[in-house]
Design a protein. Structure first.
Length: 138
């Protein structure tokens, strides 16, 4: 069995943002040479997420509104974690959206369902953060 590991780095200029990282993950798969197996993609920071869904701007807007209702940023004083910080909401948003995804690799391609894409979700941006891509298989 072969193994491949790469870190992808992102710096979202705003507090929150979504980035379609499917092309970067697909590039990693091609570099790995693995034709059958699994790819794990996970956010290596506790205020960011990796998830799979549709790349549709209306949905992305709806996520932003929904997440802000579930874990509003302000007032920052509502969170005990925010003593000296202001990112408690980002931790909660990450918990809702998830840490990682696993995608099957079939015949050298990411084996997605219709419309599926991989996204990096940033909830406390304005600094560099990394995503791990780990691929195993033959």
């Amino acid at each position: 069995m072969k193994s491949y590991r790469k870190e992808l780095w992102f710096e979202v200029p705003n507090r929150r943002g979504l980035i379609n990282i499917t092309p970067q993950v697909d590039k990693c798969l091609r570099e790995s040479g693995i034709k059958e197996g699994l790819v794990l993609v996970n956010a290596m920071h506790i205020t960011a997420s990796v998830f799979i869904n549709d790349d549709e701007s209306g949905l992305h807007h709806d996520y932003d509104i929904w997440l802000e209702k579930l874990a509003p940023h302000e007032p920052v004083s509502q969170y005990r974690h925010n003593v000296g910080e202001d990112n408690a909401d980002a931790h909660m948003k990450r918990q809702i959206m998830g840490r990682e995804v696993v995608v099957a690799i079939t015949d050298g391609r990411l084996d997605f369902g219709t419309w599926e894409q991989i996204f990096y979700g940033e909830f406390d941006g304005r600094r560099r953060k990394r995503v791990l891509v780990k691929i195993i298989g033959e």
